[in-house]
Design a protein around this ligand. Structure first.
Ligand code: ATP
Ligand code: MG
Length: 376
């Protein structure tokens, strides 16, 4: 299976490859630029040469013209000149003409070369431009790989965490069922078995001893039935407080807190201070807030050994704020436990509602849990 480490590795490889191409292209661009500079110098030199060669050519042309005129004149008056003189003028004219042809050829070659260099310069210019463009584009790709793709890894990580959390919820549900069956088994089932036994004893006492003794036995049996009833009610209540649907949030919390106090034989005092708007909220908020407060109070009771717990709740038009404060042991928030789902579940619940959870805890001082839920 692909995990985020593999993905990270692949992304890093890609980044390396792209960075290498970027360097290469940058070098191609640099080389092209250097060649461009070199050719530009060459071009300047050739331009000067072209001018020189043209000037030279023009000079020779002028001389050739003069020489031709002179040849014409010599030819016309050949009697006036000696054969050697005539030959000299001939040779001179021929030499000049050859020179001129050569100069013109050189000029032609130089011009060709100049045009060629100009063409190459144009090409190089395009190459440099393209290289620069590519480097820019590659930078964008690199950014994408570095920033956005890393975010993908994070997203995948988040998704994996969510999936894990889903599994934990299933585990927690299973755990909850086990706890419930154990509670039913240890509590009400045991008590009912006891009551059955006692009823037989009552029966026997009535027949074999005295009515008074039987009545005594009955009394103790009644108290047993009462505590079974209490126990069953507590279990039902833990599952889902029916009062929440019937009475609403504030009375249910109040009842719950009183029950908790009594159940723990008043080892600590719980104060409840509801503020603000009265009336019912949408049931999803009521259930969520009850569960959030319940979990926080349970944590305080279970882990903190407090003297006092204060639960405050304020209901406004657009949001509900609740705080649960204890003066118990406190704990290190960053220290995550493996088999603890309470706070994790609170976070998940609040995320669904767009709410916020803040836990402030100091070892030896106590813990304050702040819950904020927007209403819409
Ligand atoms: N009010 C508190 N005072 C002291 N320690 C606390 C308090 N609330 C939480 N803790 C510590 O944080 C841990 C995590 O709490 P959490 O509610 O997530 O799990 P849990 O209570 O251990 O188990 P669960 O809620 O799943 O039954 C607790 O085990 C406890 O050590
Ligand atoms: Mg807990």
């Amino acid at each position: 299976m692909m995990n985020d480490q593999t993905l990270d590795f692949i992304i890093d490889e890609m980044i390396d490859a792209v960075e290498n191409s970027k360097d290469e292209i940058f070098h191609i661009g640099e080389d092209s630029r250097q060649e461009y500079e070199k050719l530009l110098e060459e071009l300047e030199a050739i331009k000067v040469q072209v001018v020189d060669v043209i000037e030279d050519g023009d000079e020779i042309e002028r001389k050739t013209k003069l020489s031709r005129t002179r040849l014409l004149e010599v030819n016309k008056n050949f009697r006036k000149y000696s054969e050697d003189e005539i030959r000299a003028v001939y040779d001179q004219t021929h030499k000049l003409q050859t020179e001129l042809t050569m100069k013109r050829e050189k000029e032609h070659t130089l011009r060709d070369k100049r045009d060629d260099i100009q063409r190459r310069l144009q090409n190089l210019e395009q190459t440099v431009e393209r290289a620069e463009g590519l480097v820019g584009k590659i930078s964008v790709v690199l950014n994408y790989l570095n920033e956005d793709f890393k975010q993908v890894t994070e997203l995948i990580h988040d998704a994996e965490e969510k999936q894990e959390f889903g599994l934990k919820i299933i585990e927690a549900q299973e755990e909850e069922r086990r706890r419930l069956s154990r509670e039913m088994h240890d509590g009400p089932a045991q008590m009912l078995a006891n009551i059955l036994l006692r009823s037989e004893i009552v029966d026997r006492t009535f027949r074999e001893r005295s009515v008074d003794e039987a009545i005594e036995e009955m009394k103790s049996m009644r108290s047993m039935v009462r505590s079974s009833l209490y126990e069953v009610r507590r279990i039902i209540y833990d599952l889902r407080p029916m009062a929440l649907d019937d009475l609403g949030l504030v009375p249910t919390i109040r009842k719950y807190l009183t029950t908790i106090e009594e159940y723990n034989h008043n080892q600590f005092e719980i104060k409840f201070e509801p503020f603000g708007k009265e009336g019912r909220l949408n049931s999803k908020y009521e259930v969520a807030l009850f569960r959030l407060i319940q979990e926080s109070v349970q944590n305080a009771v279970k882990h903190a050994e407090p003297k006092n717990i204060v639960v405050k709740m304020e209901t406004c038009k657009n949001f509900v704020t609740a705080s649960i404060q204890d003066d118990g042991k406190g704990f290190d928030i960053s220290n995550k436990k493996d088999k603890s789902f309470g706070i994790l579940g609170m976070r998940e619940r609040l995320e669904i509602l767009d709410g916020k959870l803040t836990i402030d805890s100091k070892e030896g001082v106590g813990t304050k849990v702040l819950i904020q839920v927007p209403l819409n």
